[in-house]
Every structure is written in C-alpha cells, then in structure tokens.
Design a protein around this ligand. Sequence first.
Ligand SMILES: [Zn+2]
Length: 278
Amino acid sequence: MWSSCCRLRFWPALSCAALLLGCATTLSVDEERSLGAELDAEVRSQVILEPDPVVVRYVQQIGNQIVRAAPAQPYPFHFKVVDDDEINAFAGPAGYVYVHTAILKKARNVSEVAGVVAHEVGHVVRRHIAQNYNRAKNANMLKEAGVVAAALAVGGPVANLANLGGGLAAMAYVNSFSREAESEADAFAVEVLPKAGYDPHGLVTFFQTIQREYGDGGLSFLESHPAASDRIEATTRRIETESLPPDLREDDGGELEIIQRRLQLLAQERAHRRAPPR
Ligand SMILES: [Zn+2]
C-alpha cells in the first residue's frame, strides 16, 4: 500500500524473463503488461489468495469504481485479495493490485478501504514501477530484479524486513520508491476518491489506524518514506484545498461489516477444517 513501507517479498522467485525485461532501459506498456502477468503468477505462488467470491467482489467493486474515475489506462486492472493479517496492500506492474484481508478487517468504513485501494491505483497510474526501470537502468541485475519484483506496500512493521527475500533487494526497492512517489500516490488518492464518490478523509483515518498499530517509526521505513504523522498532515492539507461535493460516501450501509463478519466466519471454518480429527 501503501503504507509507506514498501517491501519486496517476491523477488527470489523472479523468472529469467523478468530478469531480461529488467535489462530494458525503458519499460513499454506491452512489456509492463507481460511483466505484470508474470509477476502475478509469482505472487500467486507465494501468497494465499482469498478465494471467497463475495470478499473478492467487494474489493473489485471498490477498485473498479476508482479506476472508472481515474484517467484511462492502457491495461485492465486486476484487484486481488491476499489472506494475510498484516495491514498491507501493494501493486505490481500493469494494474495488478493486491489488498490484504487485514485492510478489510481493520477499516472502520468503506472510505478507508477505498483510500488504500486508490493509493495503490495511484502507483500504477503514475507508472512508478515503469519509472523505476528507467532509474535503475544502470544498476546491476540483482538490483533491477529487486525493483521489478517490488510490491508497493503500505505500512508493515520494519520487522517484516526479514521476510523481504534479502536486504539488498529490499534496499533497492525502498531506494527506488521515493518519498515523492508515496506522496504522489497519496495525492492521486485525494484527487480520485471524491470523483469515485468516496470521502477522501478515509485515507487520513486509515493512516491514523496504521499509526496506532505500528507507530510512526514503523511507517517511516528506513527513513526514506514519510512517517504516518507527516502523511496525515500532508493529506489533510490536500483535502482542505479540494472542493468536495456534499454527498461523498464514508460508509456503505453495513456492507463492510458483513464482509468483516464473513472473514471471521471463514477463518473459523478454515481453522476447524485444519484441526486434527479426534
Ligand atoms: Zn505506496
């Protein structure tokens, strides 16, 4: 996401094709599209995707509404839900956006979920990953692989660095996704959310949730990303400059609560299935 902590969990599984693409000086839309599909396959082999169609559809509907309000993109977006209790979301090349179930569980209303999704869409629309290719063209293969594999994460604790698949790749990623890119994705979210009918204050209140869960330090990942408090302040200021229509949605009439209850029941059911027979 989005939180400001961007991490790179998937790089070790990168295929040769991705590495070869990594050598290109500029990532074209076609290359980005095939890279996105390829990395999606890698991601799917390394995470547990939430299979429940109701939960997935819920996120897809929010995502599609945001995409419709955004400038036209040369590829379709794919919104997927990852069964993971860490507050996180990330985007791959060419419109692949992954939202952890923890986002749905911790969000207090739909505008918060939409805020996270809009931030990720912002990374894709602003082509931050493609830009990283240009920036990294003189870097070595490993570093470029790290950039390619990078997921745009929002807000995981620094402890998760251990899971990144290597400090070098993590550093490459973090260095590549600048404070400016994060701030640009936040700005995009503030702009697009009202057009999609969502109250952009959800972005701010979700930053506050992240701050409560992880503290400012957790978000200020290697000090290369803005701390939660800085993002809260900057985003609040941005919202104040927007003239917001009066009928923006903060909640969705109990739909999120139904999804949250459903996730609870699914977790119980899965735990029950995993329990050894007596
Ligand atoms: Zn981000």
